[in-house]
Design a protein around this ligand. Structure first.
Ligand code: SF4
Length: 396
């Protein structure tokens, strides 16, 4: 996987003050990638050290009023060319900088105040199909003992639990909010395993309950709240789905977004999940672009065929009718099943970083599909799925 990284994050002393701003998490990530350091300001011919500059509208101006926009633009263009030549799919950029900042930059008053917007280089990168993240995102996704990665596994995918070097197990029935009468369906297990996979701290949930079993949206999201209470910041949801013909094939997939067709929402009436000031939760980028990019990169590096697409969560338990399949095709849905959406909404409300993976074990609307045939198909992809998840965990 190829990436570009702001050189100052890697320890290069290229900042305006002649110093660097190294990030241990970024340096570690860069060590796993084919990584090209870039510094648009140095590429634009600016010296080190140099006067501090900030964006003022479309311009870049130093504290003493000198307009340095041309140097910033030419350096950003040169760095853009280097990015294309490198074939990077990920850019890890220094937050707030007038060149590299993503989402927020200093506001031009040299007082430390921020304004919405990108740096000049990030502005050029936008729309190039490169995932842009700041060091803050990389650091917030970095697992630790205090912040293990939660992995919630669906039908036929629970074998991943066997990879965990366990330190503790918890019965689902000891989890707050998990229904006492719930029993696992075939292919699921109701015992949390806490431990490590390849030395990465994880909490694995090898089964889930579903709305179609009569449980509420609050009950089906009990595992997500539990993971959050344990300190998990990253959460990987894996589910078996039906591929929607014309939009996806059977096999492994990365979820890019979802459509909630279940008719329920776990945030309704839940004051734990809804913020104190507003009942509304934004769902833009609910499936972390950064984690999706890492997953895609791992799959490509390992030669694992993986598609990407929108997931639709339905109530079930009946499978889709031909008319419903046609509707899903028209809606641009690639994968459909009876889980995951409520969990992702809950995780987003809790501020967690979500990665959605799927195994499309049949085609939606295929009248011959059975629970057993889903398990069989999952078994055929077990090795690839395991390699994909381990590769992602290693990169985090
Ligand atoms: Fe760092 Fe980017 Fe500024 Fe160079 S231009 S010092 S890489 S933030």
């Amino acid at each position: 996987m190829r990436a570009i990284v702001s050189a100052c994050l890697l320890g290069r002393r290229c900042r305006y003050d002649g110093d660097a701003k190294p990030s241990a998490a970024v340096q570690r990530l860069a060590g796993h990638l084919e990584c090209l350091p870039v510094c648009p300001e140095v590429a634009g011919g600016l010296p080190v050290p140099r006067a501090a500059a900030e964006r003022v509208g479309e311009r870049v101006v130093t504290r003493d009023g000198c307009d340095v926009t041309d140097a910033f633009v030419s350096g950003s263009r040169a760095s853009m060319e280097a990015t294309r030549a490198h074939g990077a799919t990920l850019a890890v950029l220094k937050a707030k900088s007038p060149s590299c900042g993503v989402g927020y930059v200093y506001d031009g008053t040299h007082t430390g105040k921020l304004v919405r917007g990108n740096g000049i280089f990030a502005e050029l990168l936008e729309g190039e199909g490169v995932c842009m993240v700041t060091e803050d995102i990389v650091e917030s996704c970095r697992p630790s003992v205090e912040h293990p990665v939660a992995v919630v596994l669906g039908t036929g995918l629970g074998h991943l639990r066997s990879l965990v070097h366990p330190v503790r197990r918890i019965d689902y029935h000891d989890i707050d909010g998990f229904p006492a009468d719930a029993r696992p369906i075939s292919g699921h297990s109701f015992e949390v395993t806490i431990g490590t996979v390849d030395e990465v701290p994880v909490v694995v949930y090898p089964g889930r309950i579903h709305l179609y079993q009569g449980y509420s949206a609050t009950q089906v999201t009990a595992l997500v709240r539990h993971a959050h209470r344990l300190g998990c910041r990253d959460i990987i949801f894996a589910c078996a789905t039906g591929a929607v013909k014309g939009n996806a094939h059977m096999g492994l997939g990365i979820l890019t977004d979802h459509i909630n067709l279940t008719g329920v929402n776990p945030l309704v009436g839940d004051s734990d999940l809804r913020g104190p000031e507003t009942p509304f939760v934004g769902m833009t980028d609910a499936y972390s672009p950064y984690l999706r990019t890492l997953a895609r990169g791992v799959a490509d590096d390992l030669g694992i065929a993986v598609e990407e697409g929108v997931y639709a969560g339905v109530l079930g338990p009946s499978f889709e009718t031909p008319a419903e399949v046609r509707m899903l095709q028209m809606l641009g849905v690639s994968y459909v099943s009876m889980s995951t959406v409520c969990e992702v909404i809950a995780a987003q409300a809790l501020g967690m970083n979500v990665l959605g993976l799927t195994l499309a074990a049949n085609y939606a609307g295929d009248g011959t599909v059975t629970h057993e045939s889903v398990l069989e198909e999952a078994g055929r992809h077990a090795d690839e799925f395991e390699r994909l998840v381990r590769g992602i965990l290693r990169l985090l």
